[in-house]
Design a protein around this ligand. Structure first.
Ligand SMILES: *[C@@H]1O[C@H](CO)[C@@H](O)[C@H](O)[C@H]1NC(C)=O
Ligand SMILES: *[C@@H]1O[C@H](CO)[C@@H](O)[C@H](O)[C@H]1NC(C)=O
Ligand SMILES: *[C@@H]1O[C@H](CO)[C@@H](O)[C@H](O)[C@H]1NC(C)=O
Ligand SMILES: *[C@@H]1O[C@H](CO)[C@@H](O)[C@H](O)[C@H]1NC(C)=O
Ligand SMILES: *[C@@H]1O[C@H](CO)[C@@H](O)[C@H](O)[C@H]1NC(C)=O
Length: 637
């Protein structure tokens, strides 16, 4: 943008005030207009006419069980924060065209109400693209099924049509919660780090206009970009306030000087990294030194800047929601682990780290005595004795359970993608017959990990990022062999030029250079595991390949209401369900996450059902898992 001029800002302020004075609805909450305004004036935010510094933290409501929201929000306020920042995940709220979800994990207005009750304002990041290490950067994959050739994050009219249908719905829900209307929402972010991706101003302008027309003239619209001039240029748009993001280790004065080239408004780091994300296969869960984070925060606050700490609340990619990164090309594929703990001040599961208290100390230096006194006490954490419980599991061969999960309804000459099958997440099984001679099977392309079976015997695994290519030699002895390829969507790419949502086998399967035809396909979204026949299970599965396992456990004595962790040591790779709730993927053979978070909200005092779908190999010893009170994503039992 041309930086927001003083004139333009004064105009916005006047419009805001005039609108409020005219509005009896707003008057119900605000006694005078001056008491309910949030604007930019010069190099400051003004809240109700007074200079205001935003000190916020990121908390993704869709990654935390709703019964834990209030606790996390109260802990944020007690640390000295005055706002919470969240993305809105389009794919959580809009699972199919015309279908919208607003309850449970998707209860956005409930989240606003709890934030406001905790004394926090809200900085909203509706996207529609959010990155967030979330499947497809928050886009629902059904948009690809409808328009496979569409270009996301551009003004492609096919994309804009979907965006506008969603945004009308979302922004109508948000509108009553803006600050001017009496709610907590002070700012809304247009797109997300757009300058890292594109430069399509027609797209950005259409988003800005959607926001403006629905949320009114009173809300501050902002962008977020890394501290490179080209990134700022990509996002620059009239009427949108540019902000910067950077972590500890970057000189704040330098990063803010880049922001300053594009605005006269407040200095604002809208993503200051308290920790980092972790991909499968990394040596350990990512962590960032507490004193380095606290020191950098101090420097930012000393510059009178506003700041948002990303993440403040550690959380979880439950189910199949995790995203993936692809740095150099589409096959440089790195899925994100189940935990989104992020080494945040509030850990996944709610524990308060030393980092929390170090940040509290830094913030308190910048509060007046009155502001400090107004903070609530830090919510209590009950101490729970260390307890490990070993839970024995019974086994059920995968192929026997398949008919309980789905029917072979889809036939096609070519293998179809998940999107073509109308499936957003999970697995798809491709079946066909193959004949001698021996040949090399190539999946063109595999998204993302394929288990290849001949006559129901696992003969190999093909991974999207395999250096030798998506191929496997098959030895085909009998006249006709049943080929089953079980493909796991491991999370669609969420960032960068390789964002493209198709999952499954996207273009075909070949023996040598000849495409194979005539597939039966079984969709396995595993949205529920209720239909599995788990009575009278046995104690064996074939030593390699997929297998279901089930057992039950009681909450250990003294651990009622406490977070628990599932440690499936001895198992290889799969997904776990507790009382039917998908607590996420495990991958013990790869790490560095070894324990899955079990929210107390999904637990019963006794007889909790545990189901694993193990994909690769069951333990050679007695099949069991450990439930522990002393967990964390990187801990083993
Ligand atoms: C949404 O959350 C609010 C606040 O916790 C709660 O009162 C309301 O019942 C919830 N609504 C739904 C539909 O989940
Ligand atoms: C964190 O950084 C501080 C200061 O640089 C250093 O003294 C301390 O040893 C570091 N802590 C860890 C756990 O690396
Ligand atoms: C921060 O604001 C205070 C109060 O307005 C002012 O005295 C101080 O010079 C400012 N510091 C910087 C680095 O701008
Ligand atoms: C295609 O496969 C089905 C089994 O799924 C089989 O019944 C049918 O004969 C096959 N068709 C051809 C043309 O090979
Ligand atoms: C739980 O298991 C871990 C790892 O084997 C061990 O360090 C810890 O002492 C155990 N805790 C209890 C209470 O047995």
């Amino acid at each position: 943008m041309a930086p927001l001029s003083a004139h333009a800002l004064a105009f916005v302020l006047v419009v805001a005030l005039a609108r409020l004075e005219a509005s009896t609805a707003a008057a119900a909450v605000a006694t005078t207009a001056q008491e309910r305004s949030f604007v930019i004036s010069g190099d400051q935010f003004l809240k109700d006419g007074q200079p205001f510094r935003v000190i916020s933290g990121s908390f993704h409501y869709f990654r935390v069980h709703p019964s834990e929201w209030a606790d996390r929000l109260q802990a944020m306020r007690a640390c000295g924060l005055n706002a919470v920042q969240t993305y809105v995940a389009w794919n959580v709220h809009n699972p199919a065209r015309g279908t919208f979800e607003w309850s449970g994990f998707a209860n956005l207005t409930g989240f606003f109400e709890l934030a406001q009750a905790a004394g926090l304002l809200v900085v909203l990041r509706p996207g529609p693209y959010i990155c967030a290490e979330w499947d497809f950067g928050g886009f629902p994959s059904w948009i690809l099924a409808e328009e496979p050739a569409m270009r996301v994050r551009t003004a492609d009219p096919r994309f804009l049509q979907f965006v506008s249908e969603w945004m009308q719905e979302l922004l109508t829900v948000v509108a009553p919660y803006t600050y001017a209307a009496g709610g907590p929402v002070i700012m809304a972010q247009v797109e997300n780090e757009y300058g890292s991706y594109g430069s399509d101003k027609e797209y950005l302008a259409s988003l800005r206009d959607l926001y403006r027309s629905t949320l009114g003239p009173d809300i501050v619209l902002h962008s977020t970009d890394g501290y490179l001039v080209r990134m700022f240029e990509g996002s620059q748009l009239e009427g949108v306030f540019p902000t910067v993001d950077f972590g500890p280790g970057v000189d704040p004065a330098y990063a803010f000087s880049v922001q300053r080239q594009f605005t006269t408004g407040p200095l604002y780091n809208s993503e200051f990294y308290t920790g980092w994300l972790t991909h499968w296969g990394e040596p350990s869960m990512a962590s960032t030194n507490t004193s380095v984070v606290a020191g950098a925060l101090d420097q930012i606050l000393a510059l009178n800047a506003s700041v948002n700490m990303y993440m403040f609340v550690g959380s979880t990619n439950f189910g199949f929601w995790n995203g993936a990164n692809a740095e150099n090309d589409a096959d440089d594929y790195a899925p994100v682990v189940t935990s989104y703990d992020y080494d945040a001040p509030i850990a996944e599961g709610g524990a308060l780290r030393d980092k929390y208290f170090a940040i509290q100390q830094v913030i308190s230096k910048y509060l007046t005595a009155e502001e400090r006194l107004a903070l609530p006490p830090v919510p209590a954490r009950s101490s729970v004795a260390p307890i490990n419980v070993s839970v024995e599991l019974k086994l059920a061969p995968f192929w026997e359970q398949l008919p309980t999960l789905a029917a072979w309804t889809t036939q096609s000459q070519t293998p179809l993608t998940l999107e073509e099958l109308g499936q957003s997440f999970g697995f798809v099984l491709y079946r066909t017959q193959v004949a001698p001679p021996d040949a090399t099977l190539t999946l063109q392309d595999v998204r993302d990990r394929a288990y290849v079976y001949l006559d129901q015997e696992l003969v190999g695994v093909i991974q999207r990022s395999d250096a030798q290519g998506p191929s496997l030699s098959l030895s085909l002895s009998s006249q006709l062999t049943q080929l089953d390829v079980l493909v796991e969507s491991q999370g669609r790419v969420n960032f960068g030029p390789w964002i493209d949502g198709f999952a499954g086998v996207t273009r075909g399967m070949r023996l040598g250079n000849q495409f194979v035809s005539n597939f039966s396909m079984l969709s396995l979204p595993l949205a529920s595991v209720q239909s599995l026949q788990l009575q009278g299970l046995g104690t064996s599965c074939s030593s390699t390949g997929a297998c279901f396992a089930a057992g039950s456990f009681d909450v250990p004595q003294g651990a009622a209401g406490a977070p628990l962790w599932l440690v499936p040591d001895g198992w290889t790779k799969g997904v776990a369900f507790v009382n039917g709730f998908n607590i996420g993927r495990y991958w013990q053979s790869r790490g560095p996450q070894y324990a899955l978070y079990i929210s107390p909200a999904i637990l019963l005092p006794t007889d909790n059902d545990l189901v694993l779908l193990e994909l690769e190999a069951v333990p050679s010893s007695l099949p069991c898992v450990v439930i522990t009170t002393q967990g964390g994503p990187g801990r083993r039992a």
